[in-house]
Design a protein around this ligand. Structure first.
Ligand SMILES: [Zn+2]
Ligand SMILES: [Zn+2]
Length: 277
C-alpha cells in the first residue's frame, strides 16, 4: 500500500520507517506548498489548531497524488502549561485513510527544542556567535529578519543559515533594513534544518504506527489506543483519591468502543492530599 506524505521539508526519513515496518505502508512525497498552512517565521499565520491543520495538510497531499491514504505532520511551540518559563514542543502526525473513514492523530512532546531568538544590533558579535552555537550551527540552521520590518516594503526572512559568514551578512542586511536598526535571529524550526525537531516527529510517527498496528476489539478498525486518562488514583496508605491517573482509557478512532486499563499500583502517599497536604 502507498500513501502520500505532504512535505517539502524532508520528513520522510522520520515518518516513513515506522509506518513501513509496522504497517507495510510506503510513503510517496507529495510536493504541496505546506507553507500556505502557516510558517514558523510568521509570514503566514497558521489557520487553526495544529491537530486540525495537520489533517488539512494530509488531505492536500492526497489530492495532489490521488492516494486514498495520506500522512502529514505539524509542530507547535509554546509555553509549557505547567512550567511557563519552559517551551513545550508538540509534534502531531496524522494518518487519514478514506477507504475506511479513519482519521488518527498521535503526538509526541519535548522540552528540549532549540526554539529561541536573539534581537541584536550586530555590534556584540560574541553574543551572536554564542546564540548560534546554542541553536546548534552548523547541524541546525537559523533565520534572520529585521526586528521591525521597514514600512511599506516586504523584507524577506533569510532562512536555512548554517555558516557564520552567511549569518553575519544576513544580520548586517537586516540591521540596515530594520526601522529600529536591529535584527531578529531565531532557530530555524523547519524539520529538514532541525534534527532535534525531526527526532520528536519520529517519536510521534512511531506512536502512530504502534497504535495503527492495534485493531479495535469491537469493529476491527486499526488504531485502538489511549484516548484519555481517569483521575483519582487512590493513596496506598489511606485510599484517598489523588490527582494521579487511576487508569488509562483506550478507544477506537472510528466507533464508540472504549475500555479502561487500571493503574498497576496505588499512589505513593507523598502525592496524597490527606497524608501529605
Ligand atoms: Zn471500533
Ligand atoms: Zn493518603
Amino acid at each position: 500500500m502507498v500513501g502520500s506524505l505532504a512535505t517539502r521539508h524532508g520528513k520522510r526519513v522520520a515518518i516513513g520507517p515506522p509506518l513501513r515496518r509496522r504497517l507495510g505502508l510506503r510513503l510517496r512525497v507529495a510536493d504541496v506548498d505546506t507553507d500556505v498552512l502557516g510558517t514558523f517565521t510568521g509570514e503566514v499565520p497558521r489557520p487553526g489548531p495544529a491537530d486540525e491543520v495537520v489533517v488539512t495538510k494530509a488531505r492536500l497531499g492526497m489530492a495532489e497524488t490521488g492516494c486514498p491514504v495520506g500522512v502529514a505532520s505539524e509542530g507547535s511551540f509554546g509555553p509549557h502549561p505547567a512550567l511557563p518559563w519552559c517551551t513545550l514542543q508538540v509534534e502531531h502526525v496524522v494518518l487519514v485513510d478514506d477507504r475506511i473513514g479513519l482519521v488518527l492523530v498521535e503526538r509526541a512532546t519535548s522540552t528540549a527544542s532549540n526554539h529561541g531568538e536573539l534581537v541584536t544590533d550586530g555590534v556584540d558579535r560574541d553574543a551572536l556567535l554564542r546564540f548560534a552555537r546554542e541553536v546548534g550551527l552548523p547541524g541546525h540552521a537559523v533565520t534572520v529578519r529585521p526586528a521591525v520590518p521597514p514600512a511599506g516594503a516586504a523584507y524577506p526572512v533569510v532562512k536555512g543559515i548554517v555558516r557564520v559568514p552567511a549569518l553575519l551578512a544576513a544580520v548586517a542586511g537586516a540591521v540596515g533594513a530594520s526601522a529600529d536598526g536591529r535584527a531578529r535571529v531565531a532557530a530555524d524550526l523547519r524539520a529538514h534544518h532541525n534534527p532535534r525537531r525531526m527526532a520528536v516527529i519520529a517519536q510521534a510517527a512511531a506512536r502512530l504506527a504502534g497504535r495503527l498496528a492495534t485493531p479495535c476489539p469491537a469493529c476491527g478498525t486499526p488504531g485502538f489506543g489511549v484516548v484519555g486518562t481517569e483521575p483519582g488514583l487512590p493513596c496506598a496508605d489511606c485510599r484517598t483519591p489523588t490527582e494521579l491517573p487511576a487508569g488509562r482509557i483506550l478507544g477506537c478512532a472510528r466507533c464508540p468502543h472504549r475500555s479502561t486499563r487500571s493503574a498497576e499500583a496505588p499512589a505513593d502517599p507523598r502525592w496524597c492530599p490527606r497524608c501529605n497536604p
